[in-house]
Design a protein around this ligand. Structure first.
Ligand code: SF4
Ligand code: SF4
Length: 167
């Protein structure tokens, strides 16, 4: 049977304490020299969002006001929490489809981005919007009209995707 040396846990604990003490006195020294920015005072102050940030998923809206989505259902299928609901309908020319209903239950969304990865049309995009609190379960159900965002406002994310995923 494997046995553990009694010295090892104490060395690990002492190393951990040393890290904490070093940071404590380092930060105390900075504070005494006048540094104040140890905390972000939200909402007056905001963190700088990294380019890879995945906020809430939204639907890309084209210049003619329509959604880019063709209601293929791949995002709905890929979503691990089943929070996307799509009811497809045919467009007037009966060639393409569009989502008559496209809902996302944000109370179940975990911002994983799998819907975005599954989409062949770059139609569902992880936006930079992370402040989406609501006071009720019903308020967290976002409909198509709420989800549409002009495609030029999603440029930071689409540029990032094209750069890093060779789209
Ligand atoms: S981000 Fe993830 S959980 Fe949210 S809708 Fe997309 S696939 Fe579903
Ligand atoms: S995968 Fe893209 S095109 Fe297909 S239904 Fe979802 S958002 Fe629409």
């Amino acid at each position: 049977m494997a046995t553990f040396s009694s010295a090892n846990p104490w060395i690990a604990i002492l190393k951990g304490l040393w890290v904490s003490i070093r940071h404590f006195f380092g930060n105390l020294g900075l504070f005494l020299r006048g540094r104040q920015d140890f905390a972000i005072h939200f909402p007056e102050q905001r963190l700088v969002q990294p380019p890879a940030l995945r906020g809430m998923p939204v639907l890309a809206q084209m210049a003619d006001g329509k959604e880019r989505c063709v209601a293929c259902g791949l995002c709905e299928w890929a979503c691990p929490t089943s929070c996307i609901t799509i009811y497809p309908a045919e467009t007037a020319d009966e060639v393409e489809r569009y989502p008559e209903i496209f809902d996302i239950d944000m109370s179940r969304c975990m911002f994983c981005g799998l819907c975005e990865e599954a989409c062949p049309e770059e139609a569902i995009i992880m936006s930079r919007q992370i402040e989406i609190a609501s006071y009720s379960r019903r308020g967290s159900l976002w409909h198509k009209a709420d989800l549409l965002v002009p495609v030029n406002q999603l440029k930071t994310r689409t540029d990032y995707l094209r750069r890093n995923y060779e789209r």
